[in-house]
Ligand binder design. Sequence first.
Ligand code: ZN
Length: 196
Amino acid sequence: MQPPRNLREAFRDMTPDEMRAASREVELEEWRADNRFCGRCGAAMKPHDDPRERAFVCPACGYAAYPKIAPAVITLVTKGEKVLLQRNTHYKGVVWSLVAGFVDPGESLEEAVRREIREEASIEVKDIRYFGSQTWPFPSNIMIGFRAEHAAGELRPDGEEVVESGWFDRGHLPEIPRPGSIARRMLDAWVAEGNE
Ligand SMILES: [Zn+2]
C-alpha cells in the first residue's frame, strides 16, 4: 500500500508527537501489506503466537518477518560560512536542498555520507558530525542527519540526480524545503548560528 499522497503535505503541519504516530501507522500498514505471504516459500503468513512479538511468521518454513526500516543519510555540508545546496531532478518546482541518499548494504553511516557527496557533488568532506534524525514514512525510512565540512574538490553536479549545485551565504538562500523536514531543521539551525 502506498501511503496517502497528502501525508507529505500533512507532515509539515504536524507536531513531533503527531508525526511519530502517523509514521508508525503508515509503516506498520506497509509492513502488513508486504508480508501477507512468505518471501521464502510463498505460504500465507500468520501473526506471531506471542502478541508481544511484532512479527509475521510462516507456518511452513518458520521465516519471521519483522518491520524493516531503511536508513538514509542527509548532510549539511559547509565551506567556511557557506552551505552546499543542490537542485534535484525529482523535486517538484525549484527547491534547493541538502545531499541525501540511502545507505547501501554493508556500509557505515559515515561511508554513506562520503559516498553520496562524492557521487552527487564530486567533493570530499571531513569532520562528519551527527545532527539528529527524523522518521520518514515514504514508505519506511529514517533520515539520519549529519554536518560535514568541505575538504577537497570543486562542485560538479552529476547531471542525473542533481542538475545544479552551489555554495550559498546565509543572507542569500534560494527556495529551501518547507518546515516539517529534517533538511529544513538542519538549515534553520545553521542559519541561526550566523546570528549568534
Ligand atoms: Zn515460508
